[in-house]
Every structure is written in C-alpha cells, then in structure tokens.
Ligand binder design. Structure first.
Ligand code: HSE
Length: 443
C-alpha cells in the first residue's frame, strides 16, 4: 500500500442533512472504506452531522459521529475539511454553502436547484476562497455525467446533450405507454407506489429536469448557469392518444432535457419529445435516467443508470469526496474548473428564445372529415416553408363526421410553426385545440 495512505490522517467530513442520500453516503463510506482509502490515498471520515432529528440521526450514524441540530456548528468546526450539503432547496442551503465556502471548507452538494439558480455566485465565491464545490450527485444521481462532460469528453467540441433526467416523469410516461392510461390515473398510481412525491410539481412540470439541464449546458458549452432562460414544459398535458399515434409512427414520447449549440446561440429546453423508438434512449423505461452527448470527435455517447435513490446518489457524493481528497493539496489553479472551462474563458453565447429553436414537430388536429381539409392545412404549412415528413389519418367510424389528422414535420424554426398553427387553429374545419409536440431524431 502507498505509504501516504497509511500516514495521512483521514480527511474530515461534515454532513448537513441525514435523509435518504445522507444515510446512503454513510453506508457506502462505511462499507467500502478500504477500497475508498486505496483510491483516495487517505481515509475519508464523516466526523460530524447536522440533522433536524438528532435522535434519528444518531440511530443512523452510530456513537462515533458527533450529531448536532445546528448546521452552523458543523461549518464552524475547524477540524472539518469538507461540508456535504444535503438539505436541498435554495433557501438556507444557499446561506450555509456560502458560509462554508467563506470559512475555507470544500463543499459537496446534490442540490441542483441551488446550482442552477445560484451557481455563478457560488462558484465565484469558491474560486475566490480557493475551495472546491463538487456536484456530481446533482445531475442524474449515480450516473457520472458531470465527470464525463467535464473531463472524459474534454477533447471534444460538444454539439448537444439530450437526456432523460427525471425518473418520476419517465416512470409515468412508461406506465402511460404500457397501460394506455392518461396522465392523471398514472400519477395517482405512482404516488401510491412511492415513485412520485406527494407534491410532484417540480418533477411533472419539468423544473427538476431543467435544473439538471442548466448545469449540463453550462459545462458542455462553457457558459454561466442560466436557469431563468430555460424553456420548460412538463408532462401533465400529455394524452394517451398521442403516445399511441407516436408509436404507430415509430416513436416514443420522452420528457427530454435538450441543450444544443447553434450558430447564433444555445438551445436550452425541457419538454415532451418524440424520439425514434429504435434509439436506445427511447427504450429507457421506468425511473431510470439516461443522457446522450454528441461530441465532434467521439460521436454519440450514452450514459445510463439510476438517477435517484440512497446509494446511487451516495455513489456520486462519495466520488466527489474522493476527488476533493485527492486534489485538496493541489494549487487551486490546477484543479478541474467548476464548469469545465477556465473561469476567464467562459463564453457569453446567448441562450436562444424558444421561437428561435429548430426542431421537427408532431401535430394532431381534430378535423371535420370532409373534402379539402387536408389540402388547406398542408397549404398553410407550405406557405410558412414547413415541410411535411409523414401524415396519418385515423379512419373514421361509420357515420362519424370528424377524424384525427396527425402530421410529422421536418425541422423548422419554432416561430414559423407557431404562426402556421395560429392560422390552422382558426379554420372552421379544425374542431379542437391543435396538439403539437416536438420531435428529435437524435441521430
Ligand atoms: N425527483 C427526481 C427524479 C430525483 O424523479 O428523478 C432527484 O433529482
């Protein structure tokens, strides 16, 4: 064994919060302590924990770890080298992270909302103080996607990143497809089974995915985190009928977070998306996560795994602890930059408005089943320079006077499509609000 690993005193860690991820971290560190020491070159020890319920926390961490109710006592302890923030949210968590940094502590956090919204401030404070802020657990749980984007793919000009980065919504979509059910019915079932939170708003409205996407976009393109510029749509308005039509056309519908480099800016968007059923990512089912990254040298890569849960997330937290342990004595200028690019080399490339985004579309129109309807619609699309890729019309039942018309377009600028939709919507033969869902080939 390397002599340094036997002589250096273990690095001292303080945990803020001992919920699911905190107890997972404790377990993984305890179980794999020999392997982790061999890798890190020194031991990693949780020395102090702050928890709201001190008695419960003591039951988890045992007698050798000091448990306190006041998180500031952990931050103020001069013996603590690394503070792990597992509180979540952007309130007290932000204050505590900034205080830990100000006291010269390295920080590990699983808090995507905090970094997507306040990351620029937090990273600047950390740079100033010469400490590391590590956040592998904030994006896609156990999948080492931050490591891959920031280091493994560092040779590449990254072109785009597209991911299933919310397990709750992927579980719901998988169930909707498998059972032919509508959103509300599946959500209730998901809540009953514990797959969805009792307040699932952040998940189903796409906000959680947008937090994670914002962080990946910053790392992929070397731009500041800009959550406020993300276009965010969730899955609550998806209908089983669209999942069915998509399937007939060879597609699955997934909630994707997509960020793309374009000539004049960066696309940053979360929305339900048709993906060819033959793509591996279209076959990621249940609560699993997957992220595709397209780099100019490597081509397309895909990362798959558990995006949540005690030990998968702890796997990422402990990896960050090992990274910090290895680099703690390195000159801060020689560490991996927080957002992959050197802070003085960040780009100010704008995030594009959704009207400027280029994508293909799935359209479903409830139309009167009479002569000339299809031609009026295709004329409007043609007038806006939108090319049709495929058309599907449901055969109407005996005596039925209306039908569904499903159109797949080729890539178009979204603003153009919106204008065409507005014209189609007022046609007397279009009988209900038109459904439009973006489509990506991810080729
Ligand atoms: N609520 C998230 C999900 C897990 O459903 O994927 C933590 O980000």
């Amino acid at each position: 064994m390397n002599t340094s690993s036997t002589t250096l005193k273990p690095i001292q860690v303080g945990l803020l919060g001992v919920g699911t991820v905190g107890s997972g971290t404790f377990k993984v560190l305890a179980r794999n302590q020999q392997e982790i020491r061999r890798r890190a070159g020194r031991g990693i020890e949780i020395a102090m924990v702050a928890a709201r319920d001190v008695r419960r926390a003591k039951g988890i961490v045992g007698d050798h770890v000091e448990v306190v109710a006041d998180a500031r006592a952990v931050i103020a302890n001069p013996a603590i080298d690394i503070v792990v923030e597992l509180i979540g949210g952007t309130g007290i968590a932000r204050t505590l992270v900034l205080e830990a940094i100000a006291r010269g502590k390295h920080v590990v956090t699983a808090n995507k909302a905090l970094l997507a919204i306040h990351g620029n401030q937090i990273f600047a404070a950390a740079r100033e103080r010469g400490v590391m802020v590590a956040f592998e657990a904030a994006v896609a749980g156990g999948i080492p996607i931050i490591k891959a984007l920031r280091e493994g793919l560092t040779a590449n000009r990254i072109e785009w990143v597209a991911g299933i980065i919310n397990g709750t919504t992927n579980f719901i979509l998988s169930e909707m497809r498998a059972k032919g059910l509508d959103f509300d019915a599946v959500l209730k079932e998901a809540q009953r089974l514990g797959y969805a939170e009792s307040d699932p708003t952040f998940d189903i409205e796409g906000v959680d995915a947008a937090h994670k996407l914002t962080i990946m976009s910053a790392i992929a393109f070397g731009v500041p985190v800009q959550f406020d510029k993300a276009h965010v749509e969730g899955i609550a308005r998806l209908h089983a009928v669209d999942i069915r039509y998509a399937e007939q056309l060879g597609y699955r519908i997934k909630l994707l977070g997509i960020t793309k480099r374009r000539e004049h800016g960066i696309e940053l968007r979360v929305h339900p998306t048709l993906v060819p059923a033959k793509r591996l990512i279209a076959n990621v089912e249940g609560a699993m996560n997957a992220v595709m990254v397209q780099g100019d040298a490597v081509g397309t890569t895909l990362y798959y795994g558990k995006g949540a849960g005690a030990e998968p997330t702890a796997s990422a937290v402990v990896a960050d602890l090992v990274d910090i342990t290895r680099l703690a004595t390195a000159d801060p200028d020689h560490r991996v930059p927080h957002l992959a690019f050197q802070p003085d080399a960040m780009a100010d490339t704008p995030i594009l408005a959704i009207e400027q985004v280029v994508t293909a579309f799935y359209l479903r129109l409830a139309v009167a089943d009479e002569a000339g309807v299809l031609s009026k619609i295709t004329t409007i699309l043609a007038e806006h320079g939108i090319s049709i890729d495929a058309v599907l019309q449901r055969e109407s039942a005996e005596g039925e006077r209306q039908t569904d018309l499903v159109i797949l377009t080729h890539d178009t600028v979204e603003g153009r499509l919106r204008k065409a939709l507005a014209q189609m919507q007022v046609l007397p033969t279009v009988l209900a609000p038109i459904v439009s869902i973006r489509k990506e080939e991810l080729a």
